[in-house]
Design a protein around this ligand. Structure first.
Ligand code: F6R
Length: 636
């Protein structure tokens, strides 16, 4: 039976051609890409007419150990490497990449899914090819080898004719369906790495006499900050001499050149035990960077790329926000701000549900897609569905040139810098900032807010980096509390209004990092069922709204605290400085600075991130790479 493991759907890939040791460059690159998946890893190096290959199930450290033990000894300058996140089937040595053709000459790595693999595999088997893995990727290695045998006449030479591997890749790609980034090397093509992409990311790093290929610039940022983003359906060949890009039919193409604004230190832990701690600490800077330069001299909010006219925005009569996970929680907060400031109805949808319920969309609908990676397949599919229905799409994204912003009509980039820890922290805060800016922009274009009103909110936003910094300075009691609660069977989080998404985010962080039962609820919903979960000593985090805002909201939350307290809960209140009303009812009060209610998630979320991180560390978990997860979810 033909059951291939379509298991390469979300992976990190890196390739190198130059004068350095490709093994070193590739392993360093994989280290930075491990956030994309860490179920298995492998490398292939072209060395003196042979392919040296090593691959192992498990984290990169397993591969490094195998390389050290097996005396894998090469300083050759051409190679590829892969780190994998399995979607189907067990991640084993056999299914790890690279995959090699029967003649042992071609090695291939892959990110994506080849949808017609079953047909291709059958065809290859009929031609006598024996498969040595269950993956769809292996087809590509065999197809490349066959193409080269059919089309390359220079059999007397031990090196492939120039351009032959790229030409074979183009012919193979014409036959592939699905989403893929592919890299290939050939034993008889020393100095050459060939890549291809469709619906999956691939960037070229351009050094001095050396070139890199990777799913993400983080893989080569220590060597060069000059990069080229490949377009859809393109093939690239790199060597020490340069880079050649064509489409799948050989027509020369250029790709999109850009300079990477951040440097290698941004992708290092910088003295912190975990990337997550570093990224939590970077939040004031990330918020400030996302706000920087957004107001024009005339007080208008600027987006980054706008392929929409002001009239298009004036015509908007409905906003849908689509996103997943933490980004979805940012969307839930955005709904309050957008409806309040623009008076346009706004709905927030899980991207994975959006297109299946056939939402009512037309030209006057604005769909806002929020995604840190810009590659989340559920969100990308929601964007495509929205575009098919003629809706306008605006992306909020942290990754320059990724698929979601590329396919949208307008983009506002968050400037969080690279987020390496799997659990999203600084990306979330910057997504909130971007959502506020989008709300203000819409309100301004539609004439609902004047420039001075917008400037007043921007001024409040500009106070937020200092407010977040202040929260970060008072986190020791939260860490202590986390250590004392690390053994709790369950933790609940409740909030109202914008405090509700904060509660959801607090619960998500704890689930994904500490593997504990955690739930977030709208505080008013508790009495409709979930209050039965509360037992003696159950920790309940309560996100308390400002007493200076709508008083009714604050009073209601105080009542909710009393309800859970009466049932034995241990109440941990996150409350504004000076809010004395919570003290008699809370076992612990975590203070956050005074902020306008709509902006309060920017400070209230931070203690919950710190709490989850500390609980996870206390329980001995890998904080940066929680089990079963990957950073960039490029499967539906
Ligand atoms: C949770 C987390 C995920 C992501 C979600 C969307 O900490 O990181 O829930 O928020 O997978 O990812 P992006 O924003 O890349 O679309």
């Amino acid at each position: 039976m033909l059951t291939a493991l379509r298991s390469q759907a979300m992976c990190g890939i890196v390739g190198y051609a130059g004068a350095r040791s490709a093994l070193e460059v590739v392993l360093n690159g994989l280290r930075r890409l491990e956030y994309r998946g860490y179920d298995s890893a492998g490398v292939a190096i072209v060395d003196g007419g042979v392919l040296q290959i090593e691959k192992r199930a498990g984290k990169l450290s397993n591969l490094e150990k195998a390389i050290a033990e097996n005396g894998f000894d090469t300083s050759a300058g051409t190679g590829i490497g892969h780190t994998r996140w399995a979607t189907h089937g067990a991640p084993t040595d056999r299914n790890a990449h690279p995959h090699v053709s029967v003649d042992g000459r071609v090695a291939v790595i892959h990110n994506g899914i080849i949808e017609n693999f079953a047909k291709l595999r059958l065809e290859l088997e009929e031609r006598g090819v024996e498969f040595s893995s269950d993956t769809d990727t292996e087809c590509v290695a065999h197809l490349l080898a066959l193409e080269l045998t059919t089309h390359t006449s220079a059999q007397d030479s031990t090196t492939l004719p120039e351009g032959a591997l790229a030409a074979a890749m183009r012919r193979v790609c014409q036959r592939l369906e699905g989403a893929f980034t592919l890299l290939a090397v050939h034993a008889d093509a020393p100095g050459v790495v060939v890549g291809a992409r469709r619906n999956s990311p691939l960037v070229v790093g351009c050094g001095d006499g050396e070139y890199f290929l990777a799913s993400d610039v983080a893989a080569f940022i220590e060597h060069t900050r000059e990069a080229i983003e490949l377009g859809q359906d393109q093939v690239v060949e790199i060597s020490a001499a340069g880079v050649t890009i064509t489409d799948f039919f050989g027509t020369p193409a250029t790709g999109n050149s850009f300079h990477v604004a951040w440097d290698v230190s941004a992708a290092e832990k910088g003295g912190y035990d975990y990337f997550m701690l570093k990224e939590i600490a970077e939040q004031p800077q990330a918020v400030a960077d996302t706000l920087r330069g957004r107001l024009t001299e005339t007080g208008e909010i600027m987006l980054d790329e706008v392929r929409l006219s002001d009239q298009d925005l004036r015509d908007v009569d409905k906003v849908f926000i689509v996103a997943c996970g933490t980004a979805y929680h940012a969307g839930l907060v955005a709904k309050y701000a957008i409806e309040h400031w623009t008076r346009i109805p706004c709905e927030v949808e899980l991207a994975s549900e959006f297109r299946y319920r056939d939402p009512v969309l037309d030209r006057s609908t604005l769909v806002v897609a929020i995604s840190q990676s810009g590659e989340t397949m559920d969100t990308l599919m929601a964007v495509r569905h929205a575009k098919e229905q003629k809706a306008r799409v605006l992306a909020i994204c942290n990754t320059n040139g990724s698929s979601i912003p590329r396919e949208s009509d307008a983009v506002l980039y968050t400037h969080a810098g690279p987020e390496i820890a799997v659990a999203s922290t600084k990306a979330f805060l910057t997504q909130l900032v971007a959502c506020y800016l989008v709300g203000l922009h819409l309100a301004q274009v539609r004439g609902i807010k004047y420039a001075d009103e917008v400037a007043a909110v921007v001024e409040q936003l500009q106070q937020m980096p200092a407010a977040v910094e202040a929260v970060l300075g008072t986190m020791e009691p939260v860490r202590e509390l986390a250590r004392s609660l690390a053994g709790s069977p369950s933790v609940l989080f409740i909030g109202r209004h914008v405090g509700y998404p904060v509660a959801l985010e607090g619960a998500l962080k704890l689930k994904e990092l500490a593997y504990m039962h955690a739930e977030g609820f709208a505080a008013g919903e508790l009495k409709h069922g979930p209050i039965a979960l509360i037992d003696k000593g159950t920790p309940v985090f309560v996100v308390v709204p400002s007493p200076r805002g709508r008083g009714v909201l604050h009073d209601k939350v105080i009542s909710n605290i009393q309800e859970v307290r009466a049932r034995g809960a241990r109440v941990i209140a996150i409350a504004e400085e000076g809010d004395a009303a919570v003290e008699p009812f809370a076992d612990h009060v975590i203070r956050v600075p005074r902020t306008p209610t709509l902006l309060s998630p920017l400070v209230a979320t931070v203690p919950l991130q710190v709490f989850a991180c500390e609980v996870a560390a206390t329980r001995g978990h890998d904080v940066d790479q929680p089990r079963n997860l990957a950073k960039s979810v490029t499967v539906e």
